[in-house]
Design a protein around this ligand. Structure first.
Ligand code: NDP
Length: 356
């Protein structure tokens, strides 16, 4: 990741990008955001054969692009999950359970785990939390995973990443029962996602959230040309596989891609997940394209009380003038990630108890 970068595309002053683990709480951050006019008006639509609550994307005051309001769409999804959990509890007396294992004391990981726990409580999922010392062994982590694998009150198991360096992430993720792999990181789930005619039991939450944002904003994917920037196991690669499953034609751009802007300019849909602040400029975007910004990048901001603010991979001010729709950061993909984790946990409980 670059050590210095423009924090504001319209400004020529350089600002330092901060390591994410230095951030204490992302919730309290301020961001100069566009004004949402009608973010909560429901408008049911038929999309891909099923009825979805449709959140109209909101117009900004200064730009032509519509803002895809991830916060409001995620709230709709959480409300749907809450009522499904209540129906499940009434009909079969089962409450979904999510186990979260945190190793070490990273501030950002602690914040994520706390937010996940709060989100579980809000929709009626029981959360089970294990906090292990930074220097614990791989065997200890696997022992807890095995316990949760065999616990019928646990329907989803999540190991907060990153793990301390002395641990083999692969061994640990492989130990999670595929039927409780609500993060969707197990190689069998990823393998099934990549194969024609196979269905994964779970899809990774962030890319699943990106696709859900497109669906619920009424954006057609079939036949579209899509570019995914980034190819990580947790975002870029599964996002590309998901778009392909939706019959888009995909190109993946990564750090060795030559002339990325030429490729990206051909895309109807762009999903960016690089961790490079303001990488994607307005001139890289085809007029009318839809842009989903996964990046969460803290950059220096002397005007902010905390001294930093969060920006995406996308130079929002420029892209909002060219694209037809764009996600803000914060308030775009971020809230969808937790909503998809809750959705995966509910799905798992329903499957394990054969509840329709
Ligand atoms: P990784 O660092 O694992 O992957 C980054 C990817 O971006 C790599 O494939 C890398 O290419 C590519 N890349 C880096 N620089 C460039 C460049 N200049 N041009 C093109 N491609 C580039 O990051 P993650 O996928 O884990 O996360 C990406 C971003 O998404 C981060 O900002 C992270 O904070 C955010 N994130 C947000 C989430 C949310 O809920 N909103 C959830 C998860 C992540 P190469 O493979 O060649 O190295």
């Amino acid at each position: 990741m670059a050590s210095t970068i423009l924090s504001d595309c319209s400004s020529s002053s350089a600002a330092r990008i901060l390591p994410f683990h230095m951030i204490r709480s992302t919730n309290a951050l301020r961001f100069r955001c566009s004004v949402f006019l009608h973010p909560k008006t429901p408008n049911p639509r038929q999309i891909h054969g099923k009825s979805l609550a449709f959140t109209p994307v909101a117009m900004t005051t200064e730009t032509s692009a519509k803002v895809i309001d991830g916060k409001s769409i995620a709230k709709q999804i959480r409300d749907e999950i809450t009522s499904e959990i209540s129906r499940m509890k009434d009909e079969i007396g089962i409450v979904p359970g999510l186990a979260v294992i945190l190793v070490g004391t990273r501030k950002d990981s602690q914040t994520y785990v706390r937010n996940k726990k709060k989100a579980c409580e809000a929709v009626g999922i029981t959360s089970h939390e294990v906090n292990l010392q930074e220097d614990c062994t791989e065997e200890e982590v696997i022992k807890y995973i095995s316990g949760f694998n065999n616990d019928p009150s646990v329907h989803g198991i999540l190991v907060q990443l990153p793990l301390p360096r002395h641990m083999n992430e692969q061994n640990i993720l492989n130990a999670v029962n595929i039927e409780k792999d609500v993060d969707g990181f197990h190689p069998l789930n990823i393998g099934r996602l990549a194969m024609q005619g196979r269905e994964p039991l779970f899809v990774p939450c962030t890319p699943k959230g990106c696709i859900e944002l497109l669906h619920r904003s009424g954006i057609d994917i079939k036949g579209k040309r899509a570019v995914v920037i980034g190819r990580s196991n947790i975002v870029g690669m599964p996002a590309a596989l998901l778009l392909q499953r939706q019959n888009a034609t995909i190109t993946i751009v990564h750090s060795s891609t030559k002339n990325p802007e030429e490729i990206i300019r051909q895309a109807d849909i762009v999903i960016s997940a690089t961790g490079v602040a303001n990488l994607v400029r307005g001139s890289w975007i085809k007029p009318g394209a839809v842009v989903i910004d996964v990046g969460i990048n803290p950059v220096d901001d002397p005007e902010s009380p905390r001294g930093y603010r969060l920006v995406g991979d996308v130079c929002y001010e420029e892209v909002a003038k060219i694209a037809s729709a764009v996600t803000p950061v914060p308030g775009g993909v971020g809230p969808m990630t937790i909503a998809m984790l809750l959705s995966n946990t509910l799905e798992s409980a329903k499957r394990l108890h054969n509840f329709k």
